[in-house]
Write a protein that binds this ligand. Structure first.
Ligand code: AOF
Ligand code: ZN
Length: 363
């Protein structure tokens, strides 16, 4: 039943791997990879590295030169039809005289959304969409979320003991997970557009929330976002230091002290708590595709309670913190079994002495 050959699969897998190389830099743009082939032979390839720079197809076309004529193009996203920071890729493919374009998924961006396909088809190019679509959507889940739902994809990162505790009663939470886990977190931070925390975490842990990768890899520093209704932490904390921007979200009518140099944004509060939907909308408007929440048990529970968690990145360390310690989620009230929150484990692996789980809400 498949329209696709084994070569098609190999080429698209290669294009997806290329696309992923932009994971730390393309924001707010999607990651896109492109391979141009004549039969089994790759004649050009490329990926989109940074917003404002050449799109994947253009990079690949340049590499292929005249060899592109009559070739098959594999691209992980529908070629664009609009003039944004660069010209339409669909036109570039038509001009290059390619014979066939195989894509993984349609681009939901309103100015594209099928218009790229239409241009290619109108020019007599054989167009087939949907090869490895699941993988392509997974790769760009942040971009798709922002464009389609108007909010970023939300990942909540937590470290837990095996007895489900995230911090001691005094708030101390450092060194629950091991070094391998802590290094791993850096890669997840690097692909996020924003790292969200709460004032409580700034006061208790004083995290810097910057990206520190072990290899020399280029990345765009994610925006650090502190949810701080009364701006209690705006003058303190390592979250203000380093090379990454910081945004403080505060409640309406907060008295702004003098000399605040940080970026500020106002979001409504209800019974002392932020409307998290509004927070996410604000971040989407700033072009944030993926949010990583790195906060305490209360904020983590608030995101879950509001149904806003798309995935939970959980580092489980083989330690016990005892029954006085703080729970992983604080303020999540479940009375009946049928209200239980069910999740699926989409990935699990051992990192040093810990286990990392990636979980998503079921259904
Ligand atoms: C493609 N190939 O490699 C990328 C695409 O402002 P611009 O010019 O960078 O355009 C950004 C939009 O272009 C983005 O929202 C998405 O619709 C598309 N991205 N399209 O054919 C690419 N990066
Ligand atoms: Zn394009």
């Amino acid at each position: 039943m498949s329209d696709f050959t084994a070569t098609d699969h190999l080429m698209m897998a290669r294009a997806l791997r290329l696309a992923e190389r932009g994971a730390y830099t393309t924001r707010p743009n999607p990651m896109v990879g492109c391979v141009i082939a004549r039969g089994d032979e790759v004649v050009g390839e490329g990926f989109h590295q940074r917003a404002g720079e050449a799109h994947a197809e253009v990079v690949a076309l340049q590499a292929a030169g005249e060899q592109a004529r009559g070739a098959t193009v594999y691209v992980t996203l529908e070629p664009c039809a609009h003039t944004g920071r660069t010209g339409p890729c669909a036109d570039a493919l038509v001009e290059a005289g390619v014979a066939r374009v195989v894509t993984a998924m349609r681009d939901p961006f309103p100015q594209v959304d099928g218009a790229g396909f239409d241009r290619l088809v109108a020019a007599g190019i054989d167009v087939v969409d949907g090869l490895m679509e699941t993988e392509a959507r997974e790769l760009n889940r942040g971009y798709v979320s922002r464009v389609v739902r108007g909010r970023p994809w939300v990942r909540v990162k937590l470290a837990t003991s095996i007895d489900g505790r995230s911090a001691l009663a005094n708030g101390e939470s450092k060194w629950i997970s091991g070094e391998a886990s802590r290094n791993d977190v850096q890669h997840w931070r690097a692909r996020a557009g924003a790292i969200v925390t709460g004032a409580g975490t700034v006061l208790a842990d004083d995290p810097s929330l910057t990206v520190r990768l072990d290899e020399a890899q280029p990345f765009e520093p994610p925006l650090r976002v502190v949810l701080d209704p009364g701006l209690a932490t705006v003058h303190r904390g390592r979250v203000r230091e380093g090379d990454a921007p910081t945004l403080y979200v505060h409640a309406p009518h907060t008295k702004l002290g003098r000399g605040i140099s940080a970026q500020l944004a106002v979001v409504d509060v209800e019974r002392g708590r932020f409307d998290l939907n509004r927070v996410l909308k604000l971040l989407a408007e700033r072009g944030i595709n993926e949010v990583q929440v790195e906060a305490g048990a209360t904020l983590a529970a608030a995101f879950l309670d509001a149904g806003l968690v798309d995935e939970l990145l959980l580092y489980v360390a083989p330690v016990l913190l005892g029954s006085e310690a703080r729970p992983l989620f604080d303020g999540l009230n479940i009375e009946h079994m049928d209200e239980r929150l069910q999740m699926d484990i989409v990935d699990s692996r051992q990192l040093g002495g810990d286990i990392r789980l990636l979980l998503r809400p079921r259904g």
